[in-house]
Write a protein that binds this ligand. Structure first.
Ligand SMILES: [Cu+2]
Length: 161
């Protein structure tokens, strides 16, 4: 008798599980419009974001870029900017020429461009100068052979000290 009870409970559990599994797809629309799905490459790329803090991430075409700074929070004076570039398959982009176009967003300090040095593994670094604290932007201009030039804009605050 005890065995039948256990067998019965087990069958009920299996049935409940099967019902739950069968019910799951019917609750969702059978087709999801392609436009609502992020491209596979975008999720691949975001999973490969640099470990440390950044000033943000921008996407242009199949290119994903993160900008980070040393010091982490830029302050008036010198900072080393690092652009990290990933391509469509999440691979580091190593054949780019990267230029940082630097200016304030509430006033212009004139043209200030720094060509970044390739630092390997998709990183490009350049020393930039922030003349005063306040709202700044860096446009990372990315030129790649046979590709359209990408311009990715990062906005952030430069601290007084
Ligand atoms: Cu200014």
């Amino acid at each position: 008798m005890r065995h039948y009870l256990i067998l019965g409970l087990w069958l009920m559990a299996v049935l409940a599980l099967m019902t739950a599994c069968a019910a799951t797809p019917s609750r969702q629309p059978s087709t999801v419009p392609a436009a609502t799905l992020a491209p596979a490459s975008a999720s691949t790329q975001s999973a490969l974001a640099p470990a440390g803090p950044t000033l943000g991430s921008q996407r242009s075409g199949d290119l994903q870029a993160w900008l980070s700074s040393d010091p982490v929070q830029p302050k008036r004076g010198e900072a080393e900017m690092d652009a990290y570039l990933l391509g469509a398959e999440g691979q580091p982009v190593t054949d780019a020429k990267v230029t940082f176009d630097i200016d304030m967003t509430n006033m212009s300090h004139g043209l200030n461009q720094v060509v970044a040095e390739p630092a390997g593994d998709g990183h490009y670094r350049g020393q930039v100068h922030f003349a005063m604290p306040g709202p700044w932007r860096v446009i990372a201009i990315v030129e790649r052979p046979g590709q359209e030039t990408a311009k990715m804009r990062f906005e952030f605050t430069v601290n007084r000290q």
